[in-house]
Design a protein around this ligand. Structure first.
Ligand code: NAG
Ligand code: NAG
Ligand code: NAG
Length: 143
């Protein structure tokens, strides 16, 4: 549960950062968010990076990975923002086994049972391609 608190805190800090950034460049008009394909390859990268970040922050014994994407939007604003509603679920891979540096591609989801768990998450990531930089602005997950 500590992990979730940390995530919430991180996302609050992220939001604050964005507000500050927005007020210091108040003259630019960002585009509106629009729906993109849920299998968009850039979106997949963003969602996977968020799962790695979740795993890094959580105290769970197992790795989680994305299990569904319910909303996927892109917004052009000094780079590209991704706004995503997704679910992440517990896999059978234990963290301490250090599966190929926690490579999620070989990790199956937990079968139905007491270890099966899914979080519903809201994610906003800002990718600045020319800086090769990406910032998780909001990442909140709840059971
Ligand atoms: C994992 O978290 C630690 C501290 O919270 C941080 O220093 C490290 O860079 C993170 N690693 C990744 C891969 O995000
Ligand atoms: C965008 O996607 C959401 C969720 O998939 C859907 O509910 C909504 O109607 C879509 N909006 C447009 C303009 O297609
Ligand atoms: C993870 O494993 C898959 C399949 O074994 C491999 O194709 C992929 O390159 C690996 N990814 C990373 C980041 O190591």
């Amino acid at each position: 549960m500590m992990g979730l608190k940390t995530l919430l805190l991180l996302s609050l800090l992220g939001v604050l950062e964005v507000r500050l950034a927005a007020s210091s460049h108040g003259h630019s008009m960002p585009g509106s968010p629009y729906n993109i394909s849920k299998i968009d390859s850039s979106l997949q990268k963003v969602v996977l990076a968020a799962a790695y970040s979740f795993n890094n922050q959580s105290n769970d014994a197992y790795l989680f990975k994305p299990s569904a994407i319910h909303r996927a939007q892109r917004q052009i604003v000094k780079g590209v923002r991704y706004i995503v509603d997704l679910e992440i679920s517990r896999t059978v891979c234990r963290k301490r086994d250090n599966n190929n540096n926690n490579n999620l591609s070989n990790c199956d989801f937990q079968p139905e049972g007491h270890l099966h768990q899914t979080f519903k998450c809201h994610l906003e990531v800002w990718v600045i391609p020319w800086n090769k930089k990406s910032t998780i602005q909001v990442f909140v997950c709840k059971p």
